[in-house]
Design a protein around this ligand. Structure first.
Ligand SMILES: Nc1ncnc2c1ncn2[C@@H]1O[C@H](COP(=O)(O)OP(=O)(O)OP(=O)(O)O)[C@@H](O)[C@H]1O
Length: 279
């Protein structure tokens, strides 16, 4: 089943592409560590993580629950400070402390599209929020329409004055992505963006992410399900207990898993998807 999932569907959202090996590197992390306090003890959740990501590349952080995927994504986003390590984003030092500094060209999409959008803001205000925070109000009417069109909420006029309460989970996640991309970030961080959606809405979001990457955006995405990761990513990083234990293109990892955790993820994905497996 994992093999069949790797084939992108035909149709206007389908995408097949390859990241050029020569594409510029936009993100690099070296030796990132992070501990949390648990009573008197410090528990090390990230143990010296290295990663790189190129322009137009989708890199998926996969791993079992508690591996440290969200923690790593939050360190990149500046929502959490690392204890040690170095970061480079677009050729400049990325401060790995709890800060927004150096992160003007990146955006984060959260897992829960129900909690991520304010119930009291119309879609127009929600999507425009990042521009208004920056005080960049030029052409906002055009830009909000463009962002909604990019995420296939069309015609945008049908959505602008609505509240999120009237939208499906998949539509809400599209709004959250429209808000994330209205500033044209170079890097999109997405934390399990499909885990709360039904399968068809989830595939729509994954195709949308592929399209954004085809337009040149780098994407770092956390996913616990290996089949989903293989569908969307150019490269997988298997994270286990705070360490990247295996890395490579999906086809390579599926055909020659080297780490026991990867083999377990493959088995879990096979079990999870067996009911829709196409012989
Ligand atoms: N704020 C925190 N304080 C203390 N411990 C934390 C905190 N955030 C995360 N942890 C712990 O760090 C570890 C890694 O958590 P993290 O959420 O990064 O894992 P994950 O791989 O994203 O898991 P999941 O797939 O279940 O979301 C877990 O053991 C978690 O309990």
């Amino acid at each position: 089943m994992i093999q069949t999932l790797q084939k992108y569907p035909e149709g206007d959202e389908g995408y097949i592409g390859f990241v050029q090996e020569s594409a510029p590197q936009i993100l690099e992390l070296r030796g990132v560590t992070k501990s949390f306090r648990s009573g008197r003890r410090a528990v090390e959740v990230l143990k010296g993580v290295n990663l790189t990501l190129r322009k137009g590349e989708v890199v998926a952080l996969v791993g079992p629950s508690g591996a440290g995927k969200t923690t790593l994504l939050h360190v990149v986003a500046g929502l959490l400070g690392a204890d040690s390590g170095k970061g480079l984003f677009q050729g400049r030092a990325l401060p790995l402390e709890e800060t927004c500094r150096g992160r003007e060209r990146m955006s984060l999409v959260f897992q829960d599209p129900y909690a991520a959008l304010s119930a009291h803001l119309r879609i127009r205000e929600t999507v425009l929020e990042p521009l208004r925070i920056k005080g960049d109000r030029e052409g906002e009417s055009r830009r909000v329409r463009e962002a909604l069109t990019s995420v296939r909420l069309t015609p945008p006029e049908a959505y602008l004055d609505r509240y999120p309460g009237r939208l499906s989970g998949g539509q809400r996640q599209r709004v959250a992505i429209a808000r994330a991309i209205i500033t044209h970030p170079d890097l999109l961080l997405a934390d399990e963006p499909t885990s709360m959606l039904d399968a068809s809405a989830g595939v729509g979001i994954l195709n949308l992410i592929r399209r954004l990457a085809a337009g040149g955006m780098g994407v770092l995405i956390t996913i616990h399900d290996l089949a989903t990761a293989c569908y969307v990513a150019d490269r997988l990083l298997v994270l286990f207990a705070g360490t990247i234990v295996e890395e490579g293109p999906p086809g390579e990892i599926l055909s020659r898993p080297r780490h026991e955790v990867t083999r377990q993820l493959i088995e879990t994905a096979k079990m999870r998807h067996r009911e829709v497996s196409i012989p």
